[in-house]
Write a protein of this length. Structure first.
Length: 429
């Protein structure tokens, strides 16, 4: 049975606005989309009709950068005695290394590690599932999830949400590069046949300061051969920029805490952009998260390389007191910037509309921001054949907003969250 969905405002994506339009869905797929004039000239009496009235319908939101596993850390402490003892040992280790310097980005990373390592597997899964529920309630219908554990693949692969799972890797030597890459390759090739049509796999070399050059080389080669997306934190923190320039910074304490061999960039006094260019990656497959430490003149090079950017404005401001210049970077990366929440350990919630509001406050127009939330990110993740816009042949992933005053389609941006969430034509909220 086909179902016709109608509303006052339909924003299908790609900067389009349709007033009093609708779209037809069958078996979770969009069959057609209609303007008001077309609806008045065709007979759809044989179809079920859902008329949302004075509402706005948008495509489902896509979160370009998330760590759902960290949703509850710092809020709950493990009940296990073993985990409590582990926490005490890790906190003591941190105190010996940091000597009271607890307000740096590196210290924050170590606190994150301590919190996460002090949870049982069940507590970590509960934390992840809490994040997944929060993301869905905020209108996220597709997500780029960064983590190491295979269990999160299993959860997302059986969930209705569209998921791109980037498995995190690290290496501090040529030997660990070989081993850790081989572990990823085996995992990738074993899990790929198990992926549902809504699940995809990529690789996440965590950040420049914990990836050995040899691992970058292995990742670059594999990405070229297999069209695997690469998602990495880049130019996020001042400590990272100092490490790139001198080979040393507060990052050294992180290496020591993690019992990681000290690694340095091949070339000292290197800028982040110069370092990126030396990696010889298939840049059209690369997503850089944050880049909030880059100068505006670096944006042109990012555009020339063809990378994409995961922009997490609230997390950047909370951790670093700054974020990228969004209008300026869009001049060089139009359609290649998506929005992300990062984790709840560096944010207040997982609501993508709150990220969108900061983009609007930066001076970007609403339809561009909506595309950043939807079709632009779908293209970045190479899932735009499946989702990201309300178009014929795509999965029916959409949101319904019912603002009190909906005289103009822009009113939806003032809503706290969507009233209804649909994935593949099924109403989840």
């Amino acid at each position: 049975m086909k179902t016709l969905y109608k509303s006052k405002w339909l924003l299908p994506g790609n900067r389009k606005v349709i007033e009093n339009g609708g779209f037809l869905v069958e078996n979770g797929v969009i069959c057609d989309i209609f303007t008001a004039e077309q609806l008045g000239n065709i007979d759809l009496s044989a179809c079920d009709t859902v008329d949302f009235g004075n509402a706005t319908i948008t495509p489902g939101f896509i979160n370009t950068h998330a760590h759902l596993q960290y949703t509850e850390i710092g809020k709950k402490r493990s009940k296990s005695l073993v985990n409590r003892l582990r926490r005490l040992i890790l906190e003591l280790r941190k105190q010996l290394i940091f000597k009271g310097q607890n307000k740096t980005f590196t210290s924050w990373i170590v606190d994150l590690i301590i919190e996460y390592m002090s949870l049982s597997e069940k507590e970590r899964i509960d934390s992840f599932n809490s994040g997944l529920r929060q993301a869905l309630s905020g209108g996220t219908t597709a997500i780029a999830q960064l983590s190491r554990e295979e269990v999160y693949f299993d959860i997302l692969n059986s969930s209705p949400i569209n998921a791109y799972i980037f498995f995190e890797v690290y290496a501090d030597s040529e030997e660990s590069s070989e081993k850790n890459f081989d572990d990823f390759r085996k995992k990738y090739e074993r899990l790929l046949p198990k992926c549902s049509k809504n699940t995809f796999i990529g690789i996440s070399p965590h950040a420049p300061y914990n990836i050995h050059r040899h691992l970058w080389e292995k990742i670059a080669e594999y990405s070229r051969q297999n069209d695997v997306l690469i998602h990495t934190h880049f130019a996020e923190a001042a400590e990272e920029m100092k490490w790139l320039a001198t080979g040393h910074s507060d990052i050294d304490k992180l290496h020591k805490f993690a019992m990681f061999k000290h690694i340095e960039p091949d070339k000292k006094e290197s800028s982040a952009i110069e370092y990126l260019k030396t990696l010889n990656l298939p840049y059209n497959n690369v997503i850089l998260a944050h880049v909030c430490q880059l100068a505006q003149e670096d944006y042109k090079t990012l555009g020339e390389l063809g990378v994409a950017v995961a922009h997490c404005p609230r997390s950047n401001i909370k951790l670093h007191g700054r974020t990228l210049n969004l209008p300026a970077i869009l001049e060089h990366l139009s359609g290649r910037v998506g929005l992300g929440t990062d984790s709840l350990y560096s944010n207040d919630d997982l609501n993508m509309l709150n990220e969108a509001r900061l983009a609007l406050n930066a001076g970007v127009d609403l339809l561009t921001v909506l595309d950043m939330l939807t079709i632009d990110t779908a293209r970045i993740l190479k899932i735009d054949h499946l989702t990201g816009s309300i178009e014929k042949g795509k999965q029916a992933d959409f949101l319904v907003f019912k603002p009190d005053n909906n005289l103009d389609y822009s009113a939806f941006a003032n809503c706290e969250k969507p009233d209804n969430v649909f994935i593949a034509g099924k109403q989840l909220i």
